[in-house]
Design a protein around this ligand. Structure first.
Ligand SMILES: CC(C)(COP(=O)(O)OP(=O)(O)OC[C@H]1O[C@@H](n2cnc3c(N)ncnc32)[C@H](O)[C@@H]1OP(=O)(O)O)[C@@H](O)C(=O)NCCC(=O)NCCS
Length: 178
C-alpha cells in the first residue's frame, strides 16, 4: 500500500530509482547532514543493496514522489520492534527539492501510517546538533520532542559533534494533529 500525503506519495523502491538513491548516498553534501557515514558506493553495490531490501514488518524503505511523479526524496521506518511498538525513522531530500514542504508532508504521512496502520506507539530518530532544518522539521513542524543530547557522539567533518535524540509517541501525535 502506498502512502498518500497532500504534496507527496511514498512508494516502494523500484529498479528505476537506483540512480537517484546512488546520488543521495554518494553526495558529500548529504553526508554532511546525516548521522551515519558511508563509503563511496558503486552501482554494483547499490544493485545488491536493492535486491536485499524487500519491505517487511520490521524494515520499510520508501521513495518520495511529488504529485507530478518526480522522485524527490527517501524515507524509512526501520528497526520496527513488535513488542515495544517502536521504530526508527529518517528522511533525505535531494537539494533541489528542499524547502517546498515535501519533508513535512512526508513525516506527517509516515506518522499516520506508523500510528494508525502499523499500530506503533513511538517513533524515534537522531540528528546532528548543527542540522537546524532537520531539528526544525521534526520539532516545530511535526510535533516531535527533543529527549536528550549525546555529547560528542559522532565524529564528522573533523570534529566530534553532539547528537540530538528526538521522539514522538502516538499520544503526542494525536494531540499535535488536533
Ligand atoms: C532536513 C530536511 C529533510 C528538511 O527538508 P525541507 O525540505 O527543508 O522541509 P520542508 O520544506 O518540508 O519544511 C518543513 C519545516 O521544517 C522546518 N525547517 C526547514 N528548514 C529549517 C531551518 N533552516 N531552520 C529551522 N527549521 C527549518 C520548518 O519548520 C519548516 O516548516 P515551515 O516552512 O512551515 O517553517 C532536508 O533539509 C534534507 O533532506 N536535508 C538533508 C538530509 C537530512 O538532513 N536528513 C535528516 C537527517 S536527521
Amino acid at each position: 500500500m502506498n502512502l498518500l500525503g497532500n504534496l507527496v506519495n511514498l512508494r516502494a523502491i523500484e529498479k528505476k530509482d537506483a540512480l537517484f538513491l546512488l546520488e543521495l548516498v554518494n553526495s558529500p553534501e548529504m553526508e554532511y547532514w546525516v548521522v551515519g557515514s558511508s563509503v563511496p558506493t558503486s552501482s554494483i553495490q547499490q544493485e545488491k543493496w536493492m535486491e536485499n531490501i524487500a519491505n517487511s514488518h520490521t524494515d520499510i524503505r520508501l521513495v518520495v514522489e511529488n504529485k507530478e511523479g518526480t522522485v524527490v526524496g527517501f524515507a524509512n521506518l526501520v528497526q520496527i520492534d513488535p513488542i515495544n511498538r517502536t521504530a526508527v525513522h529518517g528522511v533525505k531530500f535531494a537539494k533541489e527539492f528542499r524547502g517546498c514542504g515535501y519533508a513535512k508532508d512526508t513525516v506527517m504521512a509516515i506518522m499516520r501510517y506508523a500510528f494508525d496502520t502499523l499500530n506503533l506507539n513511538r517513533l524515534e530518530s537522531t540528528i546532528l546538533e548543527y542540522n537546524d532544518s532537520s531539528i526544525g522539521l521534526y520539532t516545530k513542524a511535526c510535533g516531535w520532542s527533543i529527549e536528550g543530547v549525546k555529547k560528542s557522539a559522532v565524529y564528522k567533518n573533523g570534529k566530534y559533534n553532539n547528537l540530538v535524540m528526538i521522539g514522538i509517541t502516538k499520544d503526542d501525535f494525536k494531540q499535535f494533529s488536533l
